[in-house]
Ligand binder design. Structure first.
Ligand SMILES: [Zn+2]
Length: 161
């Protein structure tokens, strides 16, 4: 009887450290999984940065489109149009329009990058380097939310070019 009781006690004492180690294992798994991909909270954070940039780009494009309309048709008589018509009189219209187009396409391209990044967040593919597959540093993504390469791969590529 005494032996049984002691064995019971032993199993009980054994169970307790086993439980705590299981909890430790869980925390480790959570940590390593966050290394594999960004958490929902982080992704939400990146999404907000992207949406903010998208808003800015949309506004820029809208302004560029407006100014393009002003100088090409001259129909829109806004406050800015008289200024651009005045510029056109000085012979700078052609050049100005070309510059506007260039900017518009560059903004347009960046808008597509932002859309792609949003899509990658939806798919759960966001934040991975497309070349080596490692997770891109958070600071880098905060600075360049459309980044698809880690710093190492980006540096490699720019060295090659
Ligand atoms: Zn990489």
């Amino acid at each position: 009887m005494a032996k049984k009781a002691s064995s019971k006690k032993k199993t009980q004492t054994k169970k307790t450290p086993a439980k705590s180690s299981a909890t430790k294992k869980k925390t480790t798994t959570q940590r390593s999984s966050s290394k594999k991909g960004y958490s929902k909270k982080d992704l939400e954070h990146f999404r907000n940065i992207i949406l903010e940039q998208k808003k800015e780009i949309m506004e820029e494009i809208a302004t560029l489109r407006e100014s393009m309309m002003d100088s090409s048709t001259g129909e829109y008589t806004g406050e800015n149009s008289s200024y651009s018509i005045h510029m056109a009189d000085q012979g700078g219209e052609q050049m100005e329009r070309e510059i506007t187009f260039m900017f518009a396409s560059r903004e347009g391209k960046y808008l597509r990058y932002l859309e792609d990044a949003l899509q990658r967040i939806e798919n759960g593919e966001y934040g991975y380097c497309r070349d080596c597959g490692t997770l891109i540093e958070k600071e880098r993504l905060e600075a360049v939310p459309v980044a698809q390469q880690c710093v190492a791969c980006k540096t490699k590529k720019s060295k090659q070019a």
